[in-house]
Write a protein that binds this ligand. Structure first.
Ligand SMILES: [Zn+2]
Length: 253
């Protein structure tokens, strides 16, 4: 691998942005491409990056240093407006300036995992969590066509869910955070039912089911969390995701 760019204007985004915006398989392959020196002829000009990435064939790839989504690649997926592994590999190159990735850098944690530790957030932490949830929710966008933007729209849903996964996996277990999660589920449900979000790939629904699973764990760690399920009684939700939680509530009463 060469030694990076000579006069580099670093991207305004960081490694986390690439992780959140790239699905697991593409991120893993991008890391492979990057580490095996398949990003060649990399150049930076006025904050934009170009390279030839050696995949099945050599592909011409470009990515903006300001917006990771402003990218292009001559591969099949790239031509269809999806963020492919070649774009991700070049973005890694731009962010790391040719430096090696650490084991932690390569870890992409998009799965929802209960922290298992009991506790509550203080006022500042609570505000910060609410703010980051609201920011992540912006990625859960309605799809209104044209059809060539569908992949980009699905990428956006995936990024929103990856961001939300990181937030919820970091929460302590308690009644307060259970309420936050129930509210989050209801907000997502509204987006699916009346918000025009096209979840035919099940990205948002899959995330919601994982959060429901996490709330079941919450109820085991701290039974006071069950009170937070109350608003779910008698709701018509988009795919009946609330059922396991309502059952826990019923069984307690
Ligand atoms: Zn590509």
């Amino acid at each position: 691998m060469d030694k990076g760019f000579r006069s580099v204007m670093p991207p305004t985004y960081d490694l986390n942005k690439i992780k959140f915006a790239t699905d697991e398989a593409a991120f893993r392959r991008a890391v492979d491409l990057y580490e095996s020196g398949k990003v060649t002829e990399a150049e930076e000009a006025f904050g934009d990056f170009t390279a030839v990435v050696l995949g099945t064939k050599p592909y011409r790839v470009s990515v903006s240093g300001r917006r990771y989504k402003d990218a292009h690649c001559t591969c099949y997926l790239g031509e269809r407006g999806t963020l492919c592994k070649h774009v991700a590999a070049l973005a890694l190159y731009a962010v790391l300036n040719g430096k090696p990735l650490t084991a932690e850098d390569k870890q992409q944690t998009s799965e929802v995992k209960c922290s298992g530790r009991r506790g509550a957030l203080n006022k500042e932490e609570l505000d910060a969590v609410k703010k980051s949830i609201t920011e992540s929710m912006r990625y859960i966008k309605p799809y209104s066509g044209p059809s060539r933007t569908w992949f980009a729209n699905q990428d956006s849903l995936r990024e929103g869910c990856a961001r939300l996964s990181a937030i919820v996996s970091d929460l302590p277990v308690g009644r307060q955070t259970a309420e936050i999660l129930v509210k989050l589920l209801l907000r997502l449900d509204r987006k699916l039912q009346v918000g025009g979000v096209d979840d035919s790939n099940g990205i948002v629904g899959g995330f919601m089911s994982e959060v429901v699973g996490m709330l079941q764990e919450f109820a085991q760690v701290d039974p006071a969390c069950i009170d937070a399920f109350e608003p779910l009684c008698g709701r018509q939700t988009c795919f009946g995701w609330e059922e396991p939680l309502v059952r826990i509530l019923d069984e307690r009463e």
